[in-house]
Design a protein around this ligand. Structure first.
Ligand code: V47
Length: 381
């Protein structure tokens, strides 16, 4: 077995699976990986080898840094007419009770954490068929009123389509108005896996892959940055995951608008797919690593600790991830209603998580500007 070297850290590893050597050569030379390479990265049982390769790219792009953000999530409604089979968040008989946050409730939720120097408010909700256009504008304006300095990352491509529908205007015009009301960028949810088969099987009422890509293209053309996710660990196949990444990579070549790719670890509990076992930590690490290797044109790979656990996120920082999302405050999409487990990490806990893993924590804002704070925690400069 030939030992290989990570040129950044000097880390040495012998790849157990010889088929990975040509991928190592490509990684060292900065060459793009093919669909077949992606399949092999999923197929091999040499996960340590895949992680080693991903770590080379991770350290080349982001060094030893692990980015984090002080954020608060707001889920304005759980009423949704899309009925995606993987989702446990939407209101249904015997499940979560329906709600729509009033502007007063939005204000209260923001005020509850007003003493924390949060820089990002992450807003998503179900696709409520009857919310008027004005609701979305009021939502953004209310957040800006209470937190004038925070960046608002809001509305997936699916929500944008709904907002455009109720606004009865071209998407471009709606985006201009949402920007004026305070919208800063878009989160990465809603895309799931770009595959016609999965669209048909799991989320046929939502935008299909082509429509999702077209919406993201428009959003980027209008000057917004956005994230992009991949929901894995349900009924998708490895070839569908690789194809998803390649389609995202192609759009990124065209627009450069994606900031971060986020593999999301599926939680079966409470969904129509509750009989499935869900992904393991081993699957989580592999998906992070393959994403890092395939998506050579996206700067950041996020390990979302809420879904894959803080422990897996620590290891993921050596398997391709350079971002751990944030302090969160409240998270509803995968909250298990049978426990009162709070999905919050304080700044200290998040810093400890990163340092314990052997990486250097760097606080960032949504657009990855580094945040320097003074001793009191105020943003410096
Ligand atoms: O779109 C729904 C997924 C997404 C489940 O952009 C589920 O920075 C797991 O997109 N198990 C919303 N996942 C979350 C999301 C996100 C999260 C963190 C950061 C960012 C970002 C984006 O959650 C949905 C869907 O893909 N989801 N149900 C479930 N049962």
């Amino acid at each position: 077995m030939k030992a290989l070297r990570n040129p950044q850290s000097g880390q040495i590893l012998a790849l157990r699976d010889r088929r990975l050597y040509p991928i190592y050569e490509k990684v060292i030379e900065g060459q793009r990986l093919s669909f077949e390479d992606g399949l092999l990265l999923y197929e091999t049982d040499d996960l340590a080898g895949v992680g080693f390769l991903a770590n080379i790219v991770r350290e080349r792009i982001n060094g030893n840094k692990a980015y984090w953000v002080r954020n608060q999530h707001l889920n304005y409604t759980n009423i949704c007419d899309k009925f995606c089979k993987f989702c446990s968040f939407y209101a249904k008989k015997g499940g979560p009770a329906p709600y729509v946050l009033s502007m007063e409730e939005v204000r209260q939720k923001l005020l509850a954490y007003i003493d924390i120097p949060i820089t990002e408010i992450h807003i998503v909700g179900g696709i409520h068929p009857r919310l008027p256009y004005q609701y979305y504008l009021d939502l953004l304006r209310t957040v800006k009123e209470v937190r004038p300095n925070a960046h608002i990352k809001a509305f997936t491509m699916i929500e944008l389509q709904q907002i455009q529908k109720v606004a009865k205007k071209p998407l471009e015009e709606v985006l201009i108005e949402l920007r004026e009301a305070g919208l800063g960028s878009m989160p990465g949810g809603g895309v799931e896996v770009l595959s016609d088969r999965l669209h048909e099987e799991l989320f046929d009422r939502k935008l299909d892959g082509e429509e999702w890509l077209q919406t993201a293209r428009t959003v980027h053309r209008m000057g917004f940055r956005s994230n992009v996710t991949m929901l894995y660990g349900h009924i998708e196949r490895p070839d569908e995951r690789v194809q998803h990444m390649i389609r995202i990579r192609e759009l990124q070549d065209e627009t450069g608008g994606f900031l971060t790719f986020i593999p999301l670890s599926f939680h079966p509990e409470g969904s129509a797919l509750a009989h499935l076992p869900g992904p393991t930590g081993y699957d989580d690490l592999r998906n992070i690593a393959v994403a890092r290797l395939m998506l050579d044109n996206i700067e950041h790979i996020k390990s979302f600790w809420v879904m894959n656990t803080p422990a897996v996120t620590q290891v993921a920082l050596w398997y391709g991830a350079d971002d751990v999302d944030g302090t969160i405050q409240e998270y509803e999409i995968t909250r298990d209603p049978t426990t009162d487990r709070r999905q919050v990490l304080t700044r200290e806990q998040l810093l400890e998580l990163i340092r314990e893993a052997g990486r250097e924590p760097v606080e960032r804002d949504t657009l990855y500007h580094v945040i320097q704070r003074d001793a009191e925690g105020a943003v410096a400069g």
